[in-house]
Design a protein around this ligand. Structure first.
Ligand code: DX5
Ligand code: ZN
Length: 215
């Protein structure tokens, strides 16, 4: 069964706490937290203080997606802030393995991510070490973009690889998910579906109701 992970990048920061409570009341278990540094991606979002603040009020699983150059520099701080899982980009690390080790050493889960133009085969050496692979289905940096259909082939590839090697990592898709393409994504075998705009635009309650019908 797939799970939804709303991305707070699309939230109304004026009432972030209230919106997170609304998600909790609508059976959400995972919160996707997009951190952007203005270097790895063109935009800047938010960092540790926001996570520390929402951690005080929420017991959701914080799935922190670091779109950050050399994320190894910040792992400890994000764990202290309250991350339950940290996903790093393969393109952003000089030493991917050391970064994965650093995250696992801190006792939390680790994810690895690939941009749309990065071949999925690049993750093969790390599949035994990670809890999750995040497939970017848009170019990272902004919410509200259109899903790039070819990126979904990476899901099918990873499902086979996972089966063949008897591994247990989760597969997450991130970017451009909407009510129109959700059922196709779920049918591919994705474990975690990130959605920003599709959850936060308009009524969260109404959006979640429609999403739950498909998942
Ligand atoms: C993009 C982020 C995504 C984004 C998803 O850089 O990693 O998590 O917020 O937003 P939507 O669902 O609006 O495409
Ligand atoms: Zn993300």
């Amino acid at each position: 069964m797939s799970q939804i992970a709303p991305s707070i990048l699309a939230a109304d920061f004026n009432c972030l706490g209230k919106q997170i409570r609304e998600l909790e009341e609508n059976d959400v278990k995972i919160l996707h937290v997009d951190v952007m540094d203005g270097m790895f991606v063109p935009s800047i979002s938010f960092g540790m203080p926001v996570i520390t603040s929402i951690r005080k009020e929420s017991r959701l699983f914080f799935d922190v997606h670091l779109m950050v150059q050399e994320p190894i520099r910040y792992i400890e701080e994000f764990v202290k802030a309250g991350a339950d899982s940290i996903t790093i980009h393969i393109e952003a690390c000089k030493d991917v393995e050391a970064t994965i080790h650093k995250i696992k050493e801190m006792g939390i889960q680790c994810g690895i991510s690939v941009n749309p133009e990065t071949a999925v085969e690049k993750v093969l050496p790390y599949l035994e070490m990670v809890n999750m692979v995040l497939i970017m289905s848009v170019h990272p940096g902004f919410g509200g973009q259109k899903l790039i259909p070819e990126t979904l082939d990476k899901v099918t590839y990873l499902v086979k690889e996972r089966e063949g090697r008897n591994l247990e990592f989760r597969i997450e898709i991130d970017g451009g998910v909407n009510q129109g393409n959700l059922s196709r994504i779920v049918s591919l075998g994705v474990d975690v579906v990130v959605a920003g705009t599709a959850v936060f635009r308009g009524s969260i309650v109404e959006n979640m109701k429609k999403i739950k019908e498909v998942m």
